[in-house]
Ligand binder design. Structure first.
Ligand SMILES: C[S@@+](CC[C@H](N)C(=O)[O-])C[C@H]1O[C@@H](n2cnc3c(N)ncnc32)[C@H](O)[C@@H]1O
Length: 263
């Protein structure tokens, strides 16, 4: 009974830490409100320290990449299952990822030299795309299952003494346009900025490289889990860049899917 209560509380606490790290990320990447952001305070990024700043920032980004990817490997999940109840696994992943992100925000060294800069309509447009990116990422978590992705569903099924919910394959809304809308949203939020500093560029390039590699692993796992269904989805729907002229393809897709023919 005690564990049944403790697990949902742990899930709520992890979700709370995730919420703090997500809200802080909005301020960090966009240089809004928060005391320490990607480019501020400027005095932390004195030119003499640029090499040290690059090394420290790359170490922080690598730490996040390693933690986030290694803990998502099926073999590591099986190993963790020896120590952690299954209902706590996702929350633990969410908690550790959020803590590593907060460490990154805290220890990040701004490199504020601007590489390019926009003003007027261009700046407004880029800011709009930036916020659209965050919105796409957040909304897409709800399209596949926000509460499952962040461990709450698993925690509450432990409370009810129910079986863990099955991970089901879904392709609603934006998942019909690209296979990875959450990552597409992040890429838009990271790259669309009115002022691109050296530090921001480092952040955007490193995260883009990480996302492209991590998606290879994620898709390998999705194929292992959902087999031909995911392979067909991969043939039908682009990874990150929406097709501009989808009309004819959609027609083709429908007919090939109807007869189950490879595309
Ligand atoms: C952080 S989410 C990112 C999802 C996707 N890569 C995206 O960018 O929108 C990673 C989790 O989503 C799951 N996932 C990815 N695509 C999915 C789909 N179409 N249906 C259900 N789960 C999916 C993966 O198995 C993984 O556990």
């Amino acid at each position: 009974m005690f564990a049944r209560l403790l697990i949902p509380l742990y899930a709520i606490m992890s979700y709370g830490v995730f919420t703090v790290s997500f809200l802080y990320a909005l301020g960090f990447v966009g240089n809004y409100v928060v005391p320490k952001s990607i480019d501020k305070p400027v005095e932390l990024g004195s030119p003499a320290n640029v090499t040290a700043a690059i090394v420290i920032n790359l170490l922080l980004l690598s730490l996040f990449a390693i933690q986030h990817s290694v803990m998502a490997r099926p073999a590591v999940k099986r190993w963790l299952a020896k120590f952690l109840p299954a209902a706590c696994q996702r929350s633990t992943y969410v908690l550790l990822s959020s803590l590593v992100l907060l460490l990154l925000f805290w220890q990040w060294r701004p490199i504020p030299a601007p590489l390019w800069q926009t003003s007027g309509i261009a700046a407004w447009l880029l800011t709009g795309v930036h916020w659209l990116g965050w919105l796409i990422a957040f909304a897409s978590t709800h399209m596949i299952d926000h509460f499952d992705l962040f461990g709450l569903r698993q925690g509450f099924s432990a409370l009810k003494g129910a079986e863990l919910p099955n991970h089901s394959f879904k392709t609603p809304l934006l998942y019909k346009i690209v296979r990875h809308p959450i990552m597409l949203g992040f890429l838009l939020a990271f790259w669309a900025t009115p002022v691109m500093t050296s530090g921001h560029l480092l952040f955007a390039v490193a995260n883009t490289a990480y996302i492209l590699v991590a998606l290879q692993f994620e898709e390998r796992d999705l194929i292992a889990e959902f087999g031909e269904t995911y392979r067909q989805y991969r043939r039908r729907v682009p990874m990150l860049v929406p097709r501009l002229f989808t009309r004819r393809r959609t027609g083709d897709d429908r007919s090939s899917r109807a007869v189950g023919a490879p595309q």
